[in-house]
Design a protein around this ligand. Structure first.
Ligand code: NDP
Length: 403
């Protein structure tokens, strides 16, 4: 029976709130805090309508402000904070958890910015490892689907299915249709920054860099069929290549439709995907932040969204002296996700693992002081829980390859 704060009232925060209310025996007291309090209140109303026995309230907070976080955590005294806001809030919220004795869970890491700092994204969060250990607190990083469940699939494959994994391809395919000309499925600023950066993959012990969208493949997905996929850099590769001994190659592929690619190309050509502020009417504005305001709110895409996602890991390696290849994946239906929570499948597949990770930390199975990537935990309890909370997984042994 624990008190938790969920920070962020977007599509993902909405799913986390619903799933915590579903488990009111663990999440006895829930505070949903975000920048725009009306969004918290709308989610609270939906949660109470579906789970009338749950105990949830909404409140405003600006998680970039240390004093606002101190007031929030000081008054509410949560056992754990789930950060469902943006990766820019990871560090302020982690530090507030240290000051107020709360465990911490989030869903993603900030995008690397090679112009300003090093290529990879987790560095700052792992620097807090000693502090978390000293305070006896657990920080479970990046528990969405990818990163998150994809890391857990890797840990599970290493533990149960392979003696050595030689090749890893993470495949993220959204075959859904939201009916809009152009929209991103999660926060437009983080989504667009993620896909336009150079593509990195790991081969023979080093990182190879390619131009954005310069490598593609077609993969034949279970329940979806063939889809064109592009090689992009994604944060889970950073930790996975260090934790899978014997790995020779690791890549991440994401599917984009031609319409999405066409719009993105035009927006890039117009300079609207830049984060460097420009002056407009006496004010400094980052073009991408401005663009975000003109695009559909990802949290509002759910109604009428049709089709499915298929996200999974394709492994090649060796088991008991024989070579082995398999694909482990989840299929999530946008309409089913929406009818349960009011959010589409991308938010659903992100919010469910965040709740499960929080539950495992609070119940003790994953109470492990320090700062950890998902694959640092025993994967079995999460693999057991995924189907219970709406994300069943499946394995195929006869798989097509990514070439
Ligand atoms: P949204 O933009 O819909 O929601 C973000 C929420 O955070 C908004 O409610 C926003 O408030 C709030 N917020 C932003 N800044 C602050 C702040 N300073 N203080 C308090 N609240 C703040 O994004 P999503 O819900 O779609 O996604 C949330 C995050 O989840 C993404 O940024 C992404 O990194 C991660 N994600 C991870 C995935 C995975 O598989 N690992 C997949 C998809 C997303 P306001 O409403 O006022 O703007």
């Amino acid at each position: 029976m624990s008190r938790v704060i969920i920070i962020g009232a977007g599509g993902v925060g909405n799913v986390v709130a619903h799933k915590c209310c579903q488990e009111s025996a663990v999440f006895a007291d829930i505070l949903l805090a975000s920048r725009t309090v009306s969004k918290c209140e709308a989610i609270v109303q939906r949660c109470l309508a579906r789970y009338p026995e749950s105990n949830i309230q909404g409140v405003a907070v600006d998680a970039n402000q240390d004093d606002a976080l101190d007031q929030l955590l000081g008054q509410y005294q949560p056992a754990l904070v789930i950060n469902a806001a943006l990766p820019y809030q990871n560090l302020p919220i982690m530090r507030a958890c240290l000051r107020h004795g709360a465990h911490y869970v989030d869903t993603s890491a900030p995008e690397p910015d090679p112009e300003k700092y090093e290529m990879f994204a987790y560095h700052w969060q792992f620097e807090l490892d000693e502090e978390f250990k000293k305070h006896g607190l657990t920080a479970a990083l990046s528990f969405g689907f990818d990163p998150g469940v994809t890391n857990i699939f890797c840990a599970y494959a290493k533990k149960h299915w392979f003696d050595e994994i030689h090749s890893l391809d993470i495949l993220d395919c959204n075959a859904g249709d939201h009916g809009r000309a152009f929209a991103t499925n999660f926060n437009p600023v983080t989504n667009i920054q993620e896909v336009i950066q150079p593509g990195y993959y790991w081969e023979n012990g080093r990182w190879e860099k390619i131009q954005a969208f310069s490598e593609s493949c077609v993969y034949d997905f279970p329940e979806i069929g063939p889809r064109k996929m592009f090689l992009i850099y994604h944060e889970e590769l950073e930790t996975l290549v260090k934790r899978l001994p014997g790995l020779k190659r690791a890549r991440f592929w994401m599917g984009f439709t031609e319409t999405y690619m066409k719009h993105l190309e035009v927006l890039r050509n117009l300079g609207l995907t830049e984060m460097e502020p420009i002056e407009f009417d006496g004010a400094k504005v980052a073009p991408l932040e401005f663009l975000k305001e003109t695009l559909p709110d990802p949290a509002g895409l759910g109604k009428g969204y049709k089709g499915k996602t298929n996200i999974g890991c394709l492994f090649e390696g060796v088991y008991q002296g024989e070579s082995r290849q398999l694909y482990v994946y989840n299929v999530c239906d946008h309409e089913a996700a929406f009818s349960e929570t009011g959010s589409q499948a991308i938010s659903f597949t992100t919010g469910v693992p965040a709740m499960i990770a929080a539950k495992l930390v609070l119940e003790g199975a994953w109470n492990r002081p320090g700062v950890w990537a998902p694959e640092d935990f025993d994967p079995d309890p999460m693999m057991d829980a995924l189907e219970t909370y709406g994300l069943p997984w499946a394995v195929e042994e006869e798989v097509s390859c990514v070439t």
